[in-house]
Design a protein around this ligand. Structure first.
Ligand code: GS8
Length: 216
């Protein structure tokens, strides 16, 4: 039976998982969750993800939540030879781990807050963008991207010369940031970051999933 992902194509965390499934060529079923009706906050969805968030995941008897944990599982189970975690050499695997952690701890909090304020809050919740929050988080994101610019001037991808899970984990939020906020210059003005984005966003597995990342 195909693995099942419970979520929505427009959800950044759901699409993080879908990107990896597409990259590995693993057959899957996307089971839609009725977000507007609050299905993710109710039984039985809460048994799949007790935090009431998208996505959740099932592979046979294994049930998982947390998108970045699901992606790692997928690579270990279905993509041992993919090189996406570089687990054949501890030093290389550590570089992948390091940049995955940077995405989670440094990059995601800033870009997630900006995309929430500019895209999700007004469109989904009918709220008003708090420009002060946007400004503060843009400042943080700029500092993180300066570190990326320095790193990517030395290697084509974050964890070295090949594409890894560390790169994939960034795609969903950058896609929203570039297509739905007026701040694309944050990426365009940093030539190595820009070249990295062009390399990772032009992979064939990407287009199908990023096409679903829209609130329009
Ligand atoms: C975050 C999940 C999340 O925030 C992960 O899986 O990576 N660390 C978790 N999901 C959002 C949708 S993001 O696309 C969500 O479900 N938000 C609704 C809520 O928090 O109530």
């Amino acid at each position: 039976m195909a693995v099942r992902v419970f979520g929505l194509p427009k959800s950044t965390c759901t699409s993080r998982v879908l990107l990896v499934l597409e990259e590995l060529g693993v057959e899957y079923e996307l089971v839609p969750v009725n977000f507007a009706a609050g299905e993710h906050k109710q039984h039985p969805y809460l048994e799949r993800n007790p935090f009431g968030q998208l996505p959740a995941f099932q592979d046979g008897d294994l049930s998982l939540f947390e998108s970045r944990v699901i992606t790692r599982y997928l690579v270990r189970k279905y993509g041992k030879d993919s090189g996406l975690l570089k687990e054949t050499a501890p030093e290389e695997a550590a570089a992948v781990d390091q940049w995955m952690e940077v995405e989670t701890a440094q990059f995601n909090p800033a870009i997630c807050a900006i995309v929430f304020q500019i895209v999700i809050l007004p469109i989904i919740f009918g709220g008003t963008t708090d420009e002060k929050v946007v400004e503060a988080q843009l400042d943080k994101l700029g500092k993180v991207l300066d570190v990326y610019e320095a790193r990517l001037s030395k290697s084509k991808y974050l964890a070295g010369e090949s594409y890894t899970l560390a790169d994939i984990h960034h795609i969903s939020y950058i896609h929203y940031f570039l297509t739905a906020t007026p701040h694309a210059s944050f990426f365009d003005s940093r030539p190595h970051v820009k070249a990295w984005w062009e390399a990772i966003s032009s992979r064939p597995a990407i287009a199908k999933i990023t096409a679903g990342l829209s609130f329009k």
